[in-house]
Design a protein around this ligand. Structure first.
Ligand code: ADP
Ligand code: MG
Length: 729
């Protein structure tokens, strides 16, 4: 057997699950120990500094210099007590993952002796040389510095011996260069717009926050096998590999008992998360072999997203303690389920009301329906924007494949809410409603909570599903930063809520009573957004046809989808809500296009290399063995007998030959196509060219390699096979 594969499998057999001990039986004994949270702030900050942070947190204001020094001093004291030596501004550039540059507290004091220094200035702002982060041309090299600024709404935390300060990352000229800045702006926009609408129902509402509960899916693969698969190690997915005879057909993995080695990984992961104040709660096996999911209790969206980014980092580290590698790629293995990151999204008020949950009385329910209908309308108008925010090179393998939502954006409401919306359309007339009609409608609306509780219908095939007290944006990919999706959704909803309010206010000014005005505007929106509502099977072929008839868009090409960021409707949502400037949006499109191109370029290079250096030589060697065998047979048997025996072998030799020739020709074609694409300077054109001229080679070459895998001697095959990668814990 090939040495690398043999060694990997041998190593696998020697694995002993690593034991994990929790410091206490009660999570609350250590929860948040590594976070500069309210408890630690109370202990380490002066009353004024504490109040300043809480104020800035709740009201979004800034902290002045003097106060910042006080906060920094307290933070430093707390950190040093927790064995911290360094600090970093922790931010989310437009690459995958987070960025950090550590600086020691160590510094010269006034007398030239060494001290531990961490000033207010160092806390609030840093100027990392950030010229190597993608900026979509915003940062010319002569002004390469960006700066990071403290995000007071997300608490500082400790990783190892480093104090991490969540920050935004901005260019010198003020443009956002990260995921967090637009997210914060979108959250502020939806807050303002939603408060306006809530005021129709409750004057006490002064703030609306966004809740996000993400569900992170992932694969765990043994470290030795992972290392023996250069495609996995370099691209995060297998670029080749024939399906295992058994994979997920029997549905025996989903919710199955969790293997011990994996349980231990999960325990250590949860321990680390809880110390970091990430409220992880749920863990289970997913549908595909070696696939798992973990979910926290939902939090305010900005914090929730920081926690998801941090989690992904912690997962990678902890996995290695258990000799695993964690795969976040949306489709690491062809033919079995890929991984998503459902974004459970809702809005909540400072009076404690979840706006996407039915209320307790007709008034609460009208408010609930208002927010449902506005969300539907926002999704309807912004299908392309929402898709643009989630369709990446890696997620494109998942969307549209038969186990994931298609590339058509639709929304599932369930029968009861659907019926209620239809009822509004039926019963609200153009003319004034009679008091009896109004009472009847309100009575119907008042019954919603009981009805929903009785009907927990779920639709797993919808990319955007209502699930009782929230919408679940399911099309989000497992590897991505949720902020892109959450920015798009919140900006779209913000603009929609403002339009709604303007329309209602207009009718009120015309002399129509408030609730009737609300009903009338809702009715219009329900009718207009009807095409986006789909309760059926989103995976079926019929849906593709029906969606087309409804006029919904279905875009599978990643560059085409990204380019929709610049359509008027998307601009209206993002630029109109003040979340991004035109320049920022254009830069973002450029970055996304470049990311796509680079990912495909890397995959194409890795595949070409593996095909020519790993697969073809082995196929040739096996073919030679067969040829020698046939020659031997000819030597010892007479002609008639020989012909009878050799026929099948000769066919096999021919088959192998064909695959080898095709692979070689296609690799040459792919390299030539790549070269041509690389000559194109414009990022968008280049991405389109890669999509059209390079991507197809990946599937075609793989097809022939996978065929070879089936016929070449197993002993000689160089790469761990799907059955080995997927069935070993
Ligand atoms: P599933 O959707 O798989 O049944 P859960 O019911 O456990 O999973 O919920 C998934 C996520 O949704 C969790 O993070 C949970 O905290 C979150 N969630 C629950 N209610 C809300 C809400 N109103 N707004 C946002 N997220 C929510
Ligand atoms: Mg869910």
């Amino acid at each position: 057997m090939s040495t690398i594969r043999f060694q990997a499998l041998t190593e696998l057999l020697s694995r002993v699950p690593k034991e994990v001990k929790l410091p206490s039986n009660k999570v609350t004994d250590y929860y948040g120990d590594l976070v500069f949270n309210t408890d630690s702030m109370r202990k380490y900050l002066s009353k004024e500094a504490f109040k300043a942070v809480i104020d800035a947190n709740q009201n979004g204001g800034a902290i002045d210099r003097k106060m910042a020094s006080g906060v920094a001093a307290g933070m430093k004291a707390w950190a040093i007590e927790n064995n911290v030596t360094h600090y970093t501004h922790w931010f989310q550039p437009l690459t995958d993952g987070t960025a950090e540059k550590h600086d020691g507290f160590i510094d010269y004091g006034d007398g030239g002796h060494m001290i531990e220094n961490f000033s207010g200035d160092l806390l609030t702002q840093q100027e990392p040389d950030a010229s190597s982060f993608p900026s979509g041309g915003i940062r010319q090299t002569f002004e390469a510095r960006g700066y990071t600024a403290w995000d007071v709404s997300s608490p500082a935390f400790i990783v190892g011996t480093t104090l991490c300060i969540p920050t935004v990352f901005i260019s010198y000229t003020g443009e956002a260069l990260d995921y967090k800045t637009p997210l914060l702006k979108a959250l502020a926009a939806v807050d303002e717009a939603a408060v306006g609408v809530c005021q129709y129902f409750d004057k006490n509402v002064t703030k609306v926050h966004t809740n996000l509960g993400w569900e992170q899916e992932y694969f765990l693969i043994d470290e030795a096998l992972y290392q023996a698969r250069p495609d996995l190690a370099l691209t995060g997915r297998t670029l080749m590999g024939h399906s295992s005879s058994k994979d997920q057909q029997l549905d025996d993995h989903y919710f199955g008992s969790i293997p011990e080695r994996v349980t231990n990984f999960m325990m250590e992961l949860e321990l680390e998360c809880h110390k970091l104040g990430i409220p992880v709660k749920t863990r289970h096996n997913e549908v595909a072999p070696s696939q798992f999911e973990l979910a926290p209790i939902y939090e305010e969206a900005n914090l929730a997203n920081d926690h998801n980014q941090l989690l992904m980092d912690v997962m990678k580290k902890v996995a290695r303690h258990h000799k695993f590698r964690v795969l976040f790629h949306e489709k690491p293995f062809a033919g079995i389920n890929g991984s998503g990151k459902h974004n459970n999204w809702s809005l909540g008020t400072d009076t404690g009301v979840v706006l996407l949950a039915p209320g307790k009385n007709p008034k609460g329910n009208i408010q609930f329906l208002c927010f449902v209908v506005n969300t539907l309308m926002a999704v309807y108008k912004n299908q392309d924007l929402l898709r643009a925010s989630i369709l990446t090179a890696s997620n494109s393998h998942r969307l549209g494949a038969n186990e994931a939502p298609p590339s058509i954006i639709s929304a599932f409401l369930g029968d009861e809410v659907s019926k209620m919306l239809d009822k509004i359309v039926e019963e609200v007339g153009e003319r004034k409603m009679t008091p009896d009609e109004k009472t009847a409608l309100k009575l119907g609306i008042g019954r919603i909570p009981e009805i929903i509780l009785d009907n927990t219908d779920r639709n797993r095939t919808s990319p955007f599903a209502f699930t009782g007290n929230r919408f679940e944006f399911r099309a989000v990919g497992s590897s991505t930063n949720n902020a892109a999706a959450m920015t798009a959704l919140n900006a779209a909803v913000a603009v929609q809520l403002t339009e709604f309010k303007n329309a209602v206010d207009f009718l009120i000014e015309e002399g129509i009573k408030k609730d009737e005005a609300i009903f009338q505007v809702m009715k219009k929106m329900i009718i207009e957004s009807k095409p986006i509502r789909f309760n059926g099977d989103g995976y079926s072929d019929n849906w593709v046809e029906e969606a087309k008839e409804r006029g919904l868009t279905n875009i599978t090409s990643v560059p085409e989808s990204i380019s929709k960021y610049l359509d008027p409707e998307a601009k209206k949502a993002l630029v109109g809500s003040g979340v991004m400037t035109n320049k920022e949006l254009e830069a973002r499109v450029e970055v996304e296009m470049e990311k796509f191109t680079k990912k495909i370029q890397i995959e194409s290079r890795v595949l070409g290399d593996l095909a020519i250096n790993h697969i073809v030589p082995v196929a040739v060697a096996y073919q030679t063995k067969l040829i020698q065998n046939v020659q031997g047979l000819r030597d010892i048997f007479d002609n008639g007998e020989f012909e009878e025996m050799a026929g099948a072998r000769k066919d096999l030799i021919r088959q192998i030959s064909n695959h080898i020739s095709t692979i070689k020709a296609k690799v040459i074609g792919m390299v030539a196509a790549r070269k041509e694409c690389n000559m194109i300077e414009d990022a968008t054109e280049s991405a389109f060219a890669y999509d059209k001229n390079v991507c197809h080679y990946l599937d075609e070459i793989r097809y022939h390699i996978d065929k070879l895998e089936l016929v070449v001697d197993n002993e000689m095959w160089p790469l761990p096979k799907y059955r080995e990668l997927l069935f070993n814990n």
